[in-house]
Design a protein around this ligand. Structure first.
Ligand SMILES: [Zn+2]
Length: 307
């Protein structure tokens, strides 16, 4: 079917108490893996495109692939701009049929963040596109794997209430202790659940968890087997993620797990079959590894049969 409003997908999840995966794409193989996995589990899905992915493949290619595939499948697929920083990219995303955009002005002072976000809401809403914004800081730049764990600057629930009210955003990303990349925690994963509960109570909108990749044992085992160096990597464990969903998270972002799966898939072929040079034989296993990741996530998020 045609792309579905991200807000519609998330409002249903909010009402019924589950979360929907937002998976980032970097190439065609990732798009196919994400959508095929969601179809097989009859789950709604959100495809995330970052500004750097747009720089890599062009916005028309990114949007075109997702739209074309979405039209051929029976599940709800949303197309989302992840961490939009530039007004120009926001406008381009709206023009190219994205069903939601994130404006990330979380590095600006509160009032400035409100002002920028309000402007984005105006532009996006006039085209029927929903908006996500963020308060607080997640350590680690979105597209780098930070090797140091840094203290997160967590969201203030009172400010969150004011922010959502003043900007009119549709869903909200509070910083509650996760971080981007493969090195999220030094020990066990830990989120500030009380803060999350308060934010949900005060904002009453679908909430988004960034930096939510699992970097689980299975992935790390495969990484080790095929020589991908990731020692010390640690993600968000399923139990903690499930608890966060119970407390109001409805959109869970995953990028790192897919990057690891992709690389492991490629390495598995190149290491084991030195005579292979057919791109399809190299990329095929990468797709299978990514599909497994998406399916595992969908099971944890509780969106099976909600497609
Ligand atoms: Zn993020």
């Amino acid at each position: 079917m045609a792309l579905v409003s991200t807000l519609e997908i998330l409002e249903k999840a909010d009402k019924e108490g589950y979360a929907v995966g937002a998976f980032n794409i970097n190439n065609m193989e990732t798009v196919i893996a994400i959508i095929e996995a969601a179809v097989e589990l009859d789950s709604p899905v959100i495809v995330g495109v970052s500004e750097s992915a747009i720089r890599y493949m062009g916005i028309k290619m990114a949007a075109g692939m997702v739209k074309t595939l979405a039209e051929a499948v029976p599940i709800s697929v949303g197309l989302h701009l992840d961490h939009g920083k530039k007004m120009e990219t926001i406008k381009e995303a709206v023009k190219n049929g994205f069903t939601s955009v994130m404006i990330d002005a979380s590095d600006r002072p509160f009032e400035e963040n409100v002002k920028i976000t309000k402007k984005v809401v105006e532009i996006a809403h006039s085209a029927g596109v929903s908006v996500e914004a963020e308060l607080g800081k997640l350590p680690g730049p979105e597209d780098d794997i930070s090797i140091e764990e840094r203290e997160a600057f967590l969201v203030n629930p009172e400010e969150a209430e004011k922010f959502v009210d003043q900007t009119g955003i549709d869903f909200f990303a509070p910083a509650i202790g996760t971080s981007h990349g493969a090195f999220k925690f030094k020990a066990k994963s830990k989120l500030d659940f009380e803060r999350l509960r308060l934010v949900k109570e005060k904002t009453q909108v679908p909430l988004v968890l960034h930096g939510a990749s699992s970097v689980n044992k299975k992935l790390l085992g495969a990484a080790e087997k095929y020589g991908l160096e990731l020692s010390g990597a640690r993600g968000l464990c399923s139990e903690v993620l499930k608890k966060a969903i119970k407390k109001g998270i409805n959109k869970v972002n995953t990028d790192t797990d897919l990057r690891i799966a992709f690389t492991v898939g490629i390495r598995s072929v190149l290491l084991q079959e030195p005579s292979v040079f057919d791109p399809r034989k190299i990329m095929g296993p990468a797709m299978d590894f990514m599909k497994d990741v998406v399916k595992e996530r969908i099971e944890v998020l509780g969106s099976v049969n909600k497609g």
